[in-house]
Design a protein around this ligand. Structure first.
Ligand code: SF4
Ligand code: SF4
Length: 169
């Protein structure tokens, strides 16, 4: 039997923001939109160019951005002041201003709702397919990537595409 996971399609969020309501049941921040924290995490993993000299990291006045040993960026919420300097510093437009709000949004994957047999609230209100819940699996041919154990993301993977382009030369 497959494992049900949250699915997010990074390519559909423009449509999602126009057509679908924003709902999130994260208790501690009413009006929160926890899916943004997953968009941010997935974007750093899949779309960030993973620069050797990261303008974003060196531009941050508060040492809130860090590149881990896996070369993936992480933002320390408690240090980040939402100044947006990193967003301006990234030459590739990876860090969207929405990703770095002053009050950080966090997704807890609606584990309590799932235990009670309910879908996450963001899934219930999404009509365009950007956020779904079900038996999604990693499949690189279809640009589907697992991020952690509980999330599958559909997105262009910059590194993989660059490798493919280099191989064709
Ligand atoms: S928005 Fe946050 S992470 Fe970005 S430069 Fe400002 S403090 Fe650093
Ligand atoms: S966010 Fe932008 S500047 Fe920072 S490592 Fe990624 S591509 Fe480079």
């Amino acid at each position: 039997m497959g494992l049900n996971r949250l699915f997010i399609d990074l390519d559909k969020f423009e449509e999602h923001d126009k057509k679908c309501a924003r709902e999130c049941s994260y208790y501690y921040h009413p009006g929160n939109y926890g899916i943004l924290s997953l968009q941010e995490m997935a974007t750093y993993a899949l779309i960030c160019r993973k620069c050797e000299r990261e303008n974003c990291v060196s531009a941050c006045p508060f040492e809130a951005l860090e590149k881990g040993p896996d070369k993936i960026l992480r933002r320390h919420n408690m240090r980040c002041t939402s100044c947006k300097t990193c967003s301006h510093a990234c030459h590739s437009g990876v860090i969207l201003p929405d990703f770095i709000p002053y009050m950080s949004y966090n997704c807890d994957l609606c584990l309590e709702r799932l235990e009670e047999g309910e879908l996450p609230e963001c899934v219930e209100v999404c009509k365009c397919g950007a956020i779904q819940y079900g038996d999604f699996k990693e499949d690189e041919e279809k640009n589907l990537y697992a991020i952690g154990k509980n999330v599958v993301v559909h997105s262009v993977h910059w590194e993989r595409d660059e490798v493919k382009k280099a191989a064709k030369k």
